[in-house]
Write a protein that binds this ligand. Structure first.
Ligand SMILES: *[C@@H]1O[C@H](CO)[C@@H](O)[C@H](O)[C@H]1NC(C)=O
Ligand SMILES: *[C@@H]1O[C@H](CO)[C@@H](O)[C@H](O)[C@H]1NC(C)=O
Ligand SMILES: *[C@@H]1O[C@H](CO)[C@@H](O)[C@H](O)[C@H]1NC(C)=O
Ligand SMILES: *[C@@H]1O[C@H](CO)[C@@H](O)[C@H](O)[C@H]1NC(C)=O
Ligand SMILES: *[C@@H]1O[C@H](CO)[C@@H](O)[C@H](O)[C@H]1NC(C)=O
Ligand SMILES: *[C@@H]1O[C@H](CO)[C@@H](O)[C@H](O)[C@H]1NC(C)=O
Ligand SMILES: *[C@@H]1O[C@H](CO)[C@@H](O)[C@H](O)[C@H]1NC(C)=O
Length: 611
């Protein structure tokens, strides 16, 4: 607002004839105060300097000096009441009431008419910030503005006519708002936000449970509505807080300590020890069920999944005290809770003056099983979505069974273990173990060792991306197996057996350079064999497996000159690899050249194949 008016100032000055009185001040008075009295630090002999760019004439130019009175073409009235202290709404540095704070130029306790003459500097915020607006001095003949003005030299030595703007917003503080009964409504409308309502509105019952919601239970015998409890430990001792509610879909285990001071009497009376009190209620399928408690379709009984005998006091022991409670809750989306079962672990407690019993409470939620296929699919975690993540298993497919690529693993004594190492994407690995031969039939031995090397079942396809599912056949590419070719052997008791497997995995990044996705372009299993004597039983043959990942990403040329602003790669610049290994239908409609390049490359990589 101030700025726009000031833009008009010079224009106004130019239009006014030499000796005209400043009627224009009424024009400016609309928003900016016309009086320049009181708050002009420059005319007060202060040391406030204009902004750094407007340095005073260094050569001591007799004409317009920043400090010289001739430089100031001020139209301010000669006789005015001078208030040396800036009128600031808050004097931020006045920290000591009724005492003068050092360098606090707004502190009225200093009783200094001109604080700047006494203080070496003024603390920030203790003087009114100033703002100057300047135009080339040659444009101005006379200033008749109500604001202080002066002629300054800029850094280029050009004389500038500057007006000191009274911009109250430059200071840190605005006038403190006074709130009264009348202004309250207006202020509340301007600054008001959400607030707490005075009275608690009864919440309408939600139609279904959301994660974390407490679960409602109903005791039909006593017509009581309560919550499903999952006691949890509080404090350092972990003493049971019995009323802690379980949260919908929050599968968790809590442990707490139950202190029994008089077990002899509480054995049969304390409900916490009694398995019966953990299932003598029904669970409401959905919270809305509260409205119709007679309708059993909203209620799920808690079924008993283990033996649960009531506590019995027998001699010096309290038998069948509950030490663990496990709820299994089956849910079905917004249809709520479908089934609840409970199982217990009970112990016998010896009666002592103080018995502390540790209790475990497990609440486990599981979604209603859609179908076995979905469950099986869910059982295989992804190795990336879509691109493989380094370190995640390389997915392979045998028939419809997804599993992961594996390497040999040895037991402590070096003999091959039935357990196997998972191949992790992007991580080259080698492993070995010794196989003790018990088989003498050569062909059986061969197939047995192949099996041991590649793992069982034999991987047939490898997932191109980490999120492949068996149902999508396009997401898998066939693994090339190259078994040993039979060597011409002279000896009759010799057997040519595989002793090592090298797995080669070609992979590449595809997609946007900003978010590249690793995908497997192909994999092959190379076996090496050697001839052994199988006559002796118990011969130990060392076997090795290794996996080698080869990055065949085609990187784009780096930008030659300065990168342009929105330099981008085409979306499918890795196109050849992607298409070829997908064997997608898209490959037909595109030019054959990328495919040829690919073929050449593949031939080179897989040239051993044709030997
Ligand atoms: C500058 O602004 C303040 C607060 O708005 C006012 O009190 C003062 O009179 C003004 N001074 C001039 C010179 O306009
Ligand atoms: C200046 O102001 C004082 C009082 O503040 C007054 O007595 C005096 O007459 C004024 N002088 C002029 C020239 O207006
Ligand atoms: C059954 O529920 C009631 C609450 O209605 C409770 O007081 C009682 O101890 C529970 N346990 C058994 C075994 O009845
Ligand atoms: C508790 O004692 C009873 C009777 O001696 C016994 O049958 C039961 O197996 C014991 N329970 C446990 C958990 O030890
Ligand atoms: C979930 O509950 C609804 C209503 O009871 C039922 O129609 C649906 O089949 C259930 N879903 C499953 C997967 O059982
Ligand atoms: C080889 O030795 C193992 C025990 O070391 C024995 O179980 C197996 O029957 C033997 N096989 C032959 C063919 O002798
Ligand atoms: C196989 O037999 C031929 C002669 O029959 C002999 O020259 C050759 O060295 C033998 N090779 C091996 C590996 O024993």
């Amino acid at each position: 607002m101030c700025a726009s008016q000031l833009a008009l100032l010079p224009v106004l000055f130019l239009m006014l004839p030499g000796g005209a009185r400043p009627q224009s001040s009424s024009f400016l008075s609309g928003a900016a105060p016309t009086s320049s009295s009181g708050l002009d630090p420059l005319t007060n002999g202060g040391t406030l300097r204009p902004p750094a760019a407007w340095s005073p004439t260094p050569q001591g130019d007799p004409g317009p000096s920043a400090m010289g009175p001739t430089a100031v073409t001020s139209s301010a009235p000669e006789n005015r009441t001078v208030d040396p202290l800036p009128v600031l709404p808050t004097c931020v540095c006045d920290l000591t009431p009724a005492a003068c704070d050092l360098n606090c130029c707004c502190d009225r306790d200093c009783h200094l008419p001109h604080p700047r003459t006494v203080f070496s500097f003024c603390l920030p915020g203790s003087v009114r910030s100033s703002s100057w607006t300047c135009v080339d001095n040659s444009l101005i003949f006379r200033s008749n503005s109500p604001f202080p003005s002066r002629v300054l030299l800029d850094s280029n030595g050009i004389r500038q006519f500057c007006v000191h703007v009274n911009n109250s917003k430059l200071n840190y503080f605005q006038k403190v708002q006074k709130v009264s009964a009348t202004s309250f409504q207006a202020l509340a409308a301007e600054f008001g936000g959400g607030s707490c309502s005075a009275t608690l509105q009864p919440q309408p019952l939600p139609p279904f449970y959301k994660a974390g919601d407490p679960i409602l239970t109903y005791f039909p015998t006593r017509s009581i509505i309560s919550l499903l409890r999952q006691p949890a430990g509080v404090g350092a001792g972990g003493v049971c807080a019995q009323r802690n509610p379980a949260g919908f879909l929050e599968s968790k285990r809590t442990t707490c300590t139950h202190i029994l001071k008089n077990l002899a009497s509480s054995c049969t009376l304390d409900p916490a020890l009694d398995a019966g009190s953990y299932y003598n209620f029904t669970v409401l399928k959905v919270p809305r069920g509260v409205t119709d408690l007679q309708n059993m379709k909203f209620q799920v009984p808690v079924t008993l999944a283990s033996q649960a005998d009531p506590p019995v006091l027998a001699g010096n022991t309290c038998q069948n005290a509950v030490s663990q409670v496990t709820y299994e809750i089956e849910t079905n989306g917004t249809f709520g809770i479908q089934q609840v079962s409970v199982s217990f672990r009970q112990i016998n407690l010896t009666i002592e003056p103080v018995v502390s019993l540790q209790q475990d409470f497990i609440v486990h939620f599981r979604a209603f099983r859609q179908s076995t296929v979905a469950a099986a699919a869910a059982a295989v975690p992804r190795s990336g979505n879509p691109g493989y993540v380094v370190g995640k298993p390389v997915l392979v497919l045998t028939g419809d069974l997804t599993h992961s690529m594996t390497l040999l693993q040895s037991q402590g004594n070096g003999i091959c273990s039935v357990k196997r190492h998972e191949v992790q994407f992007g991580i080259n690995a080698i492993s070995g173990c010794k196989l003790r031969l018990t088989e003498v039939d050569c062909s059986q031995l061969q197939s047995e060792i192949y099996q041991i090397l590649h793992g069982s079942p034999r991987p047939e396809h490898v997932a191109i991306f980490g999120n492949a599912t068996p149902a999508q056949k396009g997401g898998w590419t066939r693994i090339l197996h190259r078994s040993c070719r039979l060597a011409a052997v002279n000896c009759t008791s010799c057997c040519f057996i595989p002793v090592s497997l090298e797995i080669q995995v070609l992979w590449a990044y595809v997609g946007l350079q900003s978010n590249p996705q690793a995908h497997v372009s192909g994999a092959r299993f190379l076996y090496q064999c050697r001839s052994i004597q199988v006559s002796q039983n118990g011969t130990e043959v060392p076997l090795t497996t290794l996996v080698n990942f080869m990055d065949i990403t085609q990187k784009p040329d780096p930008p030659r000159s300065q990168p342009r602003r929105d330099w981008k790669l085409p979306f499918d610049f890795f196109f050849p690899f992607k298409v070829a290994f997908n064997r997608g239908v898209d490959s037909q409609k595109d030019s054959p050249s990328p495919l040829c390049i690919l073929c050449l490359l593949l031939l080179r990589v897989l040239n051993l194949e044709t030997k």
